[in-house]
Design a protein. Sequence first.
Length: 254
Amino acid sequence: MPWSCVPGGQGDIRFWVGVQVQQMNEAEKIYAGLWSKTIPLFEQGHYETDPLVCDPTDMRRGLTLRARLTKEVVAKIEDFTTKVKGFLPNQYVTPPSDIHLTVLTVVSCSSDFHHNPDMDDAYCDVLAECLESVSAPHIVFHGITASPSCLLLRGFPMNRCLGEMRTRLREKFKQSSLPSSVDARYPIQTAHVTIVRFVEQQADISGFTQFIKAHHDHPFGYQHVDRLEFVTNDWCHKQGNTKIIRTIALNTQR
């Protein structure tokens, strides 16, 4: 990945050698590992599907702390995924209304979960305590990677704030008596954004594979994450199945 300069909304974001290098390298290592394992599968026409994504009877629900992306970043994603649709007409492309960055999955989506509004304040108290003194994360969205079931936008935190808030939240929920399943699926470590999911078999994905290989380092922009949303959501955060419980402003001055 060319780290010298990434075009951003307010101008060019210059990468520099400093305290961020280690976490950028760690994120790049994770993304590169996914890419190297998945692309050979795609080249052989192999991938995993989740037909429940488009099933209106899917009742998987959970609780998530998430960040919304700026209009500028979302517009660049939409421009990119519009081209992807030409190669994957029947797969699930995340619409602009649903694009988000997961900060932490508090309760993993399950058909057994039922939102209890009476517990909202207790969850929000935990979030407020953990986030009160944490500054806003700064994130560069640059390039794509993939897993066998989906296409992902690569996000790179430019300060330690995202990792710090995740650590605080994990520790606090472990100590709390509130129902939670933090990291039950996997311990989230990166700032990735899911933009395409495979939902059914397709005869040929060779065009798609060549397209994403050619756009592996496509720039999507940069943003300060100045607020978070605590939501109850379905598997894909579809707008009609997602309810914002609380919006939390972050400190953008430090």
